[in-house]
Design a binder for this molecule. Structure first.
Ligand code: PEP
Ligand code: MG
Length: 312
């Protein structure tokens, strides 16, 4: 068990009335994977593969990618690992995928978009991921970053399935994708909400900018309402809806996300014990009530306050 000042956590998590909650780790390297495993993470909800190649000037070949991914996956043999395909661009430029200079890189050819006229990039990566999964015995799924439409989600899912990967998902980071939740859930096996970018694009507020941090507050009711749309759609389709952005790392907000219908949360290793330890405090119905109280708030402070009154 991992103990922090307030919490003890042994990797398992359930609400006070016994509903299991899956809390996974966000990682980007072998060292982070080993630390997550030592902390008791039962799996990985977001492996940011671009972090393996931030300095690469040329596209790594399949063999190179296979061994890099296997190193990261190996601590999680027999466990679930959600691999995100390369999310290049804007705050995470990759030299070998450098697009032409763009006036607005956050709105440009980034994430999955880089692969539309160069599908070999995603196909070679998927081949390497499938091979690394076989090498390490991990239960791998893949998801694409910056999916905007259901057609893009289908395009990606078909390629993942052709590579022999069982589960294909879409990250929901663009408000248009949240509005097409049903069609996207028809196309893929799961979705994972990237609240960092979803907030940035919903509020037209640069996530890197201190001056717009208030709009990027994950307690903003508009962000919660987008999560609500996705939670409802996930329930209707009977498919998982994860949250892997920073929002999930706030233990109080984690309860609200659960109440909005998130089926798993993925957070950095340092946040695992606090989030994992806190969700056992109340029954699921209480998290749902807190979510319903926070949704119609006038602003983030009020949403937080309402949740704190019910869960605090
Ligand atoms: C997100 O956007 O919330 C996310 C999890 O992806 P990243 O932070 O890597 O953009
Ligand atoms: Mg993102």
């Amino acid at each position: 068990a991992v103990t922090t000042d307030d919490h003890e956590w042994d990797g398992a998590c359930h609400t006070a009335d016994g509903h299991p909650v899956t809390i996974l780790a966000n990682i980007g390297s072998g060292a982070e994977a080993r630390a997550a495993q030592r902390s008791g993470a039962p799996g990985v909800g977001l492996f940011r593969t671009e972090f393996c190649y931030l300095a690469a000037n040329e596209e790594p070949d399949v063999a190179d990618q296979r061994s890099a991914y296997a190193e990261v996956m190996s601590p999680f043999a027999g466990k679930p690992v959600v691999v995100r395909t390369l999310d290049a661009g804007a705050d995470k430029p990759l030299p070998f995928l450098d697009a032409a200079a763009e006036p607005n890189p956050a709105l440009g050819v980034r994430g999955l978009r880089v692969a539309f006229d160069r599908p070999g990039i995603v196909d070679r990566q998927l081949e390497a991921v499938a091979a690394a999964a076989a090498d390490t015995g991990t239960a791998v799924s893949v998801m694409a970053p910056m999916v905007a439409t259901a057609e893009e989600a289908s395009w990606f899912a078909a390629r993942a399935r052709a590579a022999g990967i069982r589960q294909a998902g879409a990250m929901i980071e663009i408000p248009a994708a949240a509005l097409c939740a049903h069609e996207i859930l028809d196309a893929v096996d799961f979705v994972s909400i990237g609240t960092n970018d979803l907030a940035q694009y919903a509020f037209a507020a640069d996530r890197m900018l201190g001056a717009t941090a208030g709009l990027n507050d994950p307690w903003q009711p508009a962000l919660l309402r987008l999560v609500d749309v996705l939670g409802r759609a996930g329930r209707e389709h009977g498919k998982p809806v994860g949250v892997c952005g920073e929002a999930a790392a706030d233990p109080l907000l984690a309860g609200v996300l659960l109440g909005l219908g998130a089926t798993s949360l993925s957070v950095s290793t340092s946040a695992l014990p606090a989030v994992g330890g806190t969700l056992a405090a109340h029954p699921l119905a209480k998290y749902r009530e807190a979510a319903q109280a926070a949704l119609p708030a006038a602003g983030p402070d009020q949403a937080r306050q309402r949740a704190r009154e019910m869960l605090g």
